[in-house]
Design a binder for this molecule. Sequence first.
Ligand code: HXC
Ligand code: NAP
Length: 291
Amino acid sequence: MFNEPMLRDDALKGKTIVITGGGTGLGKAMGTYFLKLGANLVITSRKIEVLQKTAQEMEQDTGGKVLALACDVREYDQVENVLAESLKTFGRVDSLLNNAAGNFISPTERLSANAFSSIIDIVLKGSVNCTLAFGKHWIKEKQAASILNIVTTYAFTGSAYVVPSACAKGGVLAMTRSLAVEWGKYGIRTNAIAPGPFPTKGAWERLLPGELAEKFDFKNRVPLKRVGDHQELANLAAFLVSDFSGYINGEVITIDGGEWLQGAGQFNGLEAVPNEMWDAFEQMTRSAKGS
Ligand code: HXC
Ligand code: NAP
């Protein structure tokens, strides 16, 4: 059930949606579903060959129209070019999905200043560049629109060993909530999704290469004991860029099977206590009450 499409067939009909990092992983999954719901799609990233292959697959799979454009989100002029080309092809853009990201796992003291900056530049500066270019356009044209930012749960908890990514995603979350208020008056809604573990080649191979993936088995960290399915993320994203979520603005929706809360609750570690030990514990705690 959770891996089935949720919205009605024409839920995004007539909308044009731009997805950064749309050629792979979660961007590709969300884009494919938007097309199935009737949207026009623009996918961008640095590697044009990857984008073109994805665009072809998507068009065959859905019958929709996909524009593939090379764009390094760190470069403002390249982002402006995406806007101009999207308008030339589709006449309008209704939503921007800031999904492009870079990340690596490392003790922070091992990182060079350039390594730290490269993540901040892709994730924070890249999302700022896209948001600014598209926002200026929508405000000038007096057009209602929506922005959806893909963050992570450690945007609000922080996380060791991915500090550049945590700083950058935290910044994107702050931008989400700030612009929801500032640009609400222009009819621009700004929201975010904080996904838990959703297997993708990009995240898994880069972040957890080789045996690390088995040792650090994500599903054991999730109360629901499974990782996410791409369709359930796509369902949420499609809802948030659709008009059905027209009163949702400034929200960050976590979709992680309860993962971050499991790490947060002080007594959550008691999950490790086997059932038969609870009788003994109860006796001990009840007798402690009388003493
Ligand atoms: C330490 C590293 C490094 C590593 C690169 N660097 N990899 N430092 N550990 N593993 C250093 C380099 O030595 C260099 O510093 C600096 O970082 C920039 O490296 P470049 O290769 O020139 O950067 P660039 O071409 O911009 O590539 C960006 C990248 C790359 C982040 C390094 O991995 C990439 O393109 N990633 C995109 C896809 C991705 O990461 N997807 C995962 C998203 S998942 P010096 O000082 O030597 O010049 C996610 C959520 C996680 O974000 C949640 C999962 C559950
Ligand atoms: P992914 O496939 O590696 O996606 C990252 C995308 O970003 C790639 O398509 C990459 O394409 C693009 N990109 C990287 N640097 C770029 C740049 N400078 N300019 C433009 N595009 C750039 O990984 P993913 O798992 O699908 O991640 C998608 C989003 O979900 C990210 O925001 C990530 O932080 C978030 N997320 C994922 C998970 C998960 O479990 N998978 C969990 C939490 C959050 P090019 O290399 O062609 O540029």
